[in-house]
Ligand binder design. Sequence first.
Ligand code: EPU
Length: 443
Amino acid sequence: MNETDTQNNQRSYVVHGGNRLSGEICVPGAKNAATKQLVATLLADSPVILHNVPDIGDVHVTLEMLKDLGAHVTYNQGTVTVDARDLKTSKVEEAVHRKNRIPILLFGPLLHRFGKATIPALGGCKIGARPVGFHVEALRKMGAEIESEGGSYVARAKELKGAVIDLPFPSVGATENIMLAAVKAKGTTVIKNAAIEPEIMDLAVLLQAMGAIINMDVNRTWVIEGVESLHGAEHRIIPDRMVAASFLIAGALTRGNVFVRDAVQTDLLSFLNVLRRVGVPFQILKDGIRVLGEEIKGPLKPIALETDVHPGFMTDWQQPFVMLLTQADGVSIVHETVYEDRFGYTDALVKMGAKIQLHRECLGSKPCRYVDHDYKHSAVIVGPTPLKGADIEIPDLRAGFSYIIAALIAKGSTRLIGVEQIERGYEDIIGKLKALGADIQVS
Ligand code: EPU
């Protein structure tokens, strides 16, 4: 099959713009909590039950990986049971598991179990170089020998031991990786300058329920005392704050009225402040958040915004928010400080009519770690601009959602190609959008 045939055979979404979204959606469990907790189940010597596991591509890739390793897995209406007592191999197969970034987190569980681990280099969204040096250095400090052989990492350790690890940047994945290794290591591990995202707290909560001793200290520090063994537990995964934010933006942009059930205010604190600053009214209710796009008076207000690690404005909210800012009246600035290359998706928005210029300079209140580099990591957005439908290819998950909402307000129809990217992280996206009144079809 040549490249054109491959493109023709890809599933796509066709969206006809112009409908207001109104009604209710329920936020499923968080992708970036569920996938990590599925890895944590491998540390237990009896079955772990997870509830509120979203039915998305990344979860299914992770469940397949656990099965390939020998775990017994059942998945029934959002509840997953993993019994990892009979793991049979320490090698993660390459072909299947380059699809997301979860395999790198298996070092700890596999080293504890087998004293060795072979893990393929990673896949996932193309939003920057996404190195794993912090992970590898931390595990070496904990006593693992790690080599890179033929596209895979091969790790060995008779025993992992506690260590003091000061991360150069509060990396989500590196923090989780160290945590998953530290809970059964000999001695105490201290992770300084660590990530403290809600999804990591949820991982810590599950690990504690499994028997771990794990504490969050002041100044981004986790302290973990290793224990001999971990046991099964039952845990409900937190709602996905990315999905919640995505639908709040969709409701605002289409000037609709959407109740986002199970949206958690504390996990959306910085997001909601920015939403309010641009002039989008919303109500905090006891079981969710309602966006009142239909009550927006006059044009949206432009803003200056910087992405940051938690508790800042998260980088995964950036793409749909930039889309919202294309409809604000004036000049907005967005400074991306977490990834060096997370604005590539704006080309397609420009093709649809948006005015977005990318800059190498740090256009924020403070210079970020990319200040002396050549990365286009600041965006200047001038609005409001009417959008028109186009054929566009989805480069990554969050960009995919921003294209959907662009299409929802565009004149005419938009064909989105590469929808598997969206389905990696958004459960039943077509069903949810249709239920809210969107004109969207799979073709
Ligand atoms: N970094 C390094 N070296 C490392 C590790 C990270 O330089 O060894 C850098 C990265 O290149 C990046 C920054 O540190 O510039 C932050 O990366 P981090 O490790 O925090 O990201 P991640 O764990 O790979 C997770 C989420 C991302 C989310 C980021 C930031 C998962 C599976 N992915 O990625 O989510 O953007 O944290 O919050 O949890 C998404 O869901 O669409 C997504 C991309």
